[in-house]
Design a protein around this ligand. Structure first.
Ligand SMILES: NC(=O)c1ccc[n+]([C@@H]2O[C@H](COP(=O)([O-])OP(=O)(O)OC[C@H]3O[C@@H](n4cnc5c(N)ncnc54)[C@H](OP(=O)(O)O)[C@@H]3O)[C@@H](O)[C@H]2O)c1
Length: 318
């Protein structure tokens, strides 16, 4: 396993297993086969609805692996941004996962919803960021870190503008920003900002293989990256798979990648991306694929007379 060092000296494993849409009855096998393959990092979230089953898997895993060898991330859902709701949400996640502490806890989205709302269905489901400012949520995250039930705190889906505002007030700076990243969405400004401010980037949707097909501004549908001719050429040059090329491309930039699979053979395949070494020409060629396309674009939060728009969620970042 390769590790990246955080500001407090903790080391985050560079490759982790994603668990979004991992069905509760399949996630235990996924986690145990990932640990068997060499993974030491599991990416979870309360909204994924499978933390209890992940907890069952972890209890089995701890018979074989010491707790300190594993890195477990989870995320605060949007309906618990009010400062008084943060610690109870974290406590629920810890109970479900069967853990005393998390390695990393992230604010999942810079969007606030009323308590108990998973996904907004009506105007009344929203809270504005004036009603529940992100800085107040962050203070409550810091309070959790002070209590040592979470070793590191960070954010997800935060624009550079929101990160800059957070860095200004933070007593504990965010250790990680988890964002969508793959060759169609290369996030070059975020990469430069993260380097400058010692923030680790974690790439979600690293295989860009599920969800709405990607559309360019001229209405074209580029091919799925797993079948892209350039990625296929690079894969055959290195005698590896296209998934491994996509993951190696992230790892070589010092970005953490968290591909999800529930299939042991794919879980092993993805892990072996750590052995793939792309050359300068590969990296230059892949750079040309950037079209700034998001698969997870935030539209979940922009309907039903929402105070949130794509413009104010992403603050103009493509
Ligand atoms: N912070 C956020 O807002 C956010 C948003 C999205 C995701 N995430 C996190 O990031 C993780 C990864 O993102 P993601 O799950 O959205 O997308 P992803 O990892 O890019 O893609 C997962 C999809 O690819 C398939 N797959 C996995 N390995 C493969 C391989 N070697 N060859 C072909 N297909 C393969 C999986 O199918 P099978 O399972 O059937 O193998 C699944 O359908 C999530 O699971 C979650 O933990 C965070």
């Amino acid at each position: 396993m390769r590790y990246l060092q955080l500001l407090n000296g903790d080391k985050i494993p560079a490759l982790g297993l994603g668990t979004y849409l991992s069905p509760p009855d399949q996630v235990e096998r996924a986690i145990l086969s990932a640990l068997d393959a060499g993974y030491r990092h599991i990416d979870c979230a309360s909204i994924y609805g499978n933390e209890r089953e992940i907890g069952v898997a972890l209890r089995k895993a701890f018979k074989q692996y010491p707790r300190e060898e594993l890195w477990i991330t989870s995320k605060l859902w949007c309906d618990a941004h009010k400062p008084d709701d943060v610690l109870p949400a974290l406590t629920r996640t810890l109970e479900n996962l069967g853990l005393d502490y998390l390695d990393l806890y992230l604010i999942h989205w810079p969007v606030a919803l009323k308590s108990g709302v998973d996904f907004p269905q009506k105007p009344d489901d929203y809270l504005t960021l004036e009603e529940v400012p992100l800085r107040d949520t962050w203070r409550a995250m810091e309070h959790c870190a002070d209590k040592e039930i979470v070793r590191n705190i960070g954010v997800s889906n935060f624009s550079i503008k929101k990160l800059t505002a957070l860095l200004r007030i933070a007593a504990i700076p965010p250790a990680v920003n988890q964002i969508e990243m793959h060759p169609y969405q290369q996030q070059q400004a975020q990469v430069a900002f993260a380097r400058k401010h010692n923030i680790i980037l974690t790439a979600y949707r690293p295989l860009a293989s599920i969800g709405t097909p990607i559309k360019t501004t001229d209405g074209c549908n580029p091919p799925p990256l797993l079948n892209h001719p350039l990625i296929m050429t690079i894969a055959s040059k290195h005698n590896c798979t296209t998934a491994q090329v996509l993951l190696a491309w992230l790892l070589q930039q010092g970005v953490v990648a968290i591909p999800k699979s529930v299939h042991p053979e794919r879980i092993q395949e993805n892990f072996k991306a750590l052995d793939v070494c792309l050359d300068r020409n590969d990296m230059i060629a892949i750079k040309e694929l950037d079209i700034g396309a998001r698969i997870i674009d935030g539209t979940t939060f922009t309907g039903h007379n929402s105070p949130y728009t794509l413009e104010n969620i992403w603050d103009g970042e493509c």
